[in-house]
Design a protein around this ligand. Structure first.
Ligand SMILES: [Zn+2]
Length: 112
């Protein structure tokens, strides 16, 4: 596993990365290969199941967040008018790089 990058490096990368938009995939599971700088959504028959993205610290970890009604833990997401994704609550990884961040209007905001 790669060591987590210092906060200033992650903030710089966040500033230089385009705002993340949603890419919808048909079915109740996410694709094996997630889009690199987008947020993937698995939508089956109009029902949203989970969203997926690569950990923005650059560690390569695949993050899958359930958005299906009634499951726990569960995240909410919405799109602004430009199609940029906001995820609520924050994402906090218990293992690996231990990243903790918000995604707001398509931008990663690091917590420390
Ligand atoms: Zn990471």
């Amino acid at each position: 596993m790669r060591r987590p990058k210092p906060l200033w490096r992650r903030q710089l990368a966040a500033a230089l990365t385009p705002r993340r938009r949603l890419q919808v995939f048909d079915g109740d599971t996410l694709p094996a290969r997630l889009p690199r700088l987008k947020v993937a959504l698995a939508r089956d028959d109009g029902e949203d199941w989970s969203i997926g993205l690569h950990c923005p610290c650059g560690c390569g970890q695949r993050l899958e967040l359930m958005v299906l009604e009634g499951v726990k833990p569960r995240w909410d997401f919405h799109l602004n008018e430009a199609g940029h994704v906001t995820i609520h609550p924050s994402v906090w990884l218990a293992a690996g790089c231990r990243s903790h961040f918000w995604l707001r209007n398509g931008k990663v905001i690091w917590c420390e």
